[in-house]
Design a protein around this ligand. Structure first.
Ligand code: 4AD
Ligand code: MG
Length: 462
């Protein structure tokens, strides 16, 4: 018989039929005569109830059916008389795939702390919370591809191993096959990278943007969606050393087009979650963050505020507030400033533009004022920066000038510079941090709890 997913059975009205399910036991209760098993197979947050007549099954089988055990059950789908479900399965046969030792299984009771669950990341997907988060994460990944595909954007696979630092921030993980206990050296004591695997220094990518631009300047509109790596020693609820980023890049878009796309894209994803992940969101709204669904609807129903960095700094200076990091024009905004703007001042998402060039990456289009660049950051409640992007400098001389000013390795970027020589075009793009999006959509409070296996400083277990 064909196995059915629990999600499908729970919405089925075909009672009286023989069905076959597999899954893990969430709870077992009952009496000497009858046993009720809540079974979950991950297809939905809801369990299906298995009713087993104790006289039909061997005693030791029933004894071995404990929380966490894995079962295959055939039985008759019947209308449920109990509360909380429409249908249940009256078991005819039960096969025990895997016992689960009640003494040592760490997921016995509800209410474990998130910190504890992080230590058992191999098992936490079996909890309601992580099941919900991971299903939503999947739905968002799917919706991202759908959104761009429907708009005629092409998915471009940019390299994971690169020889350049896209952000120029030097926060890179080296990739090498050199023997670290016996590093070959040049005469001047520098590392002899000619002996390394690629014959030159390489690193894990911090962003697919530079290669994304090459794609946009040929295919028109592209996006990347892949893992990115940052060796920044940030131990915060918003930073991972390995995170996923979505980076659309569009020829012929100016900064306004870029902002319009970012806002439309974020709203599409929120709407998609509300329409397709209802049960999981309702669970998270109840158990993780009260008011979550209202908050998502609120963001959907309101236009994002758009203003320049300079205007925002004025607001922050006038704010009656003692900042941990004092604010002045030219300084980068800290999380406390960003969150003040979105959570207290405007109480809405905000897009800030035209940042000082000194605090932004080399590739951003320079404004005529000589001080600012066509940057944009999208700031979200509870998150701070969720998107960073810009219009790109398409002028060869200006771009080269900036690369030189910042002492960036011009020779590693020759291919990037050539696009500005051969048919350059105005273009723009941005990067959405996938995990920050998932934090926002799920209401989880730590970014480590929205990726299956988080990588953070001093932590690469699993
Ligand atoms: O602002 P960032 O550094 O921008 C770029 O990398 C550009 N190349 C994007 C582009 O224009 N194509 O990063 C973009 C986004 C941030 O807004 C944030 O959401 C996320 O990536 N992000 C992180 N997420 C988790 N952990 C980290 N350490 C992150 N660093 C950035
Ligand atoms: Mg940024």
């Amino acid at each position: 018989m064909e196995r059915k997913k629990i999600k499908e059975l729970l919405s089925s009205h075909k009672t009286g039929k023989e069905v076959f399910v597999k899954g893990w036991v969430r709870t077992k209760r009952g009496s000497k005569n009858i046993v009720f098993i809540a079974l979950n197979d991950g297809s939905t947050i809801n369990n299906i109830q298995i009713v087993a007549d104790a006289s039909v099954f061997k005693e030791d089988l029933l004894r071995d059916i404990t929380t966490g055990a894995c079962l295959a059950v055939t039985g008759t789908l019947i209308e449920s008389v109990g509360q909380g479900q429409n249908v249940e399965i009256k078991a005819n046969s039960i096969e025990l795939y895997g016992k689960c030792d009640a003494e040592t299984y760490p997921l016995q009771k509800k209410g474990h702390s998130m910190e504890f669950l992080r230590e058992i990341a191999h098992l936490r997907p079996r909890t309601n919370t992580f099941g919900a988060v991971l299903r939503i994460r999947h739905a968002m990944a799917f919706a991202i591809h759908k959104y761009f595909n429907d708009k005629g954007f092409f998915y471009l696979h940019t390299p994971i191993i690169t020889g350049s630092d896209a952000e120029g921030a030097g926060e890179m993980f080296h990739v090498t096959t050199l023997d670290l206990t016996n590093i070959p050296l040049n005469e001047d004591k520098t590392v002899k990278f000619t002996e390394d695997f690629f014959g030159k220094p390489t690193n894990l990518t911090v962003s697919g943007q530079l290669e994304g631009e090459l794609g946009a300047l040929a295919l028109g509109e592209i996006y990347t969606f892949g893992p990115t790596f940052r060796a920044e020693n940030s131990n915060t609820p918003r930073h991972l050393a390995e995170f996923w980023m979505i980076e659309p890049e569009m020829a012929f878009y100016d900064l306004r087009d870029n902002m319009d796309l970012a806002e439309d894209f974020l709203k599409y994803l929120i709407r998609y979650a509300l329409e397709n992940c209802r049960e999981d969101l309702e669970f998270l709204d109840k158990m993780i963050q009260k008011g979550l669904i209202d908050r998502l609807n609120f963001v959907l129903g309101n236009e994002f505020i758009r203003m320049t960095y300079s205007e925002a700094v004025d607001i922050l200076i006038k704010a009656d507030r003692k900042w941990e990091y004092p604010i002045a024009w030219g300084k980068d905004l800290q999380a406390e400033h960003e969150r003040y703007l979105v959570e207290e001042h405007f109480r809405k998402p905000v897009i800030l533009t035209d940042y000082p060039k000194a605090i932004k990456a080399f590739y951003m289009k320079q404004n005529d004022d000589g001080k600012t660049v066509r940057a944009m950051d999208v700031l979200f409640p509870g998150i701070g920066e969720i998107i960073g992007g810009s219009q790109r400098e398409e002028d060869y001389e200006r771009l080269l000038g900036r690369i030189k000013e910042l002492n960036l390795p011009e020779k590693d970027l020759w291919w990037y510079l050539e696009t500005r020589k051969f048919g350059t075009a105005p273009h723009s793009g941005f990067g959405l941090g996938f995990e920050r999006l998932i934090v926002f959509i799920t209401g989880m409070s730590n970014i480590r709890d929205v990726i299956p296996f988080p990588r953070t400083p001093k932590n690469a277990e699993f």
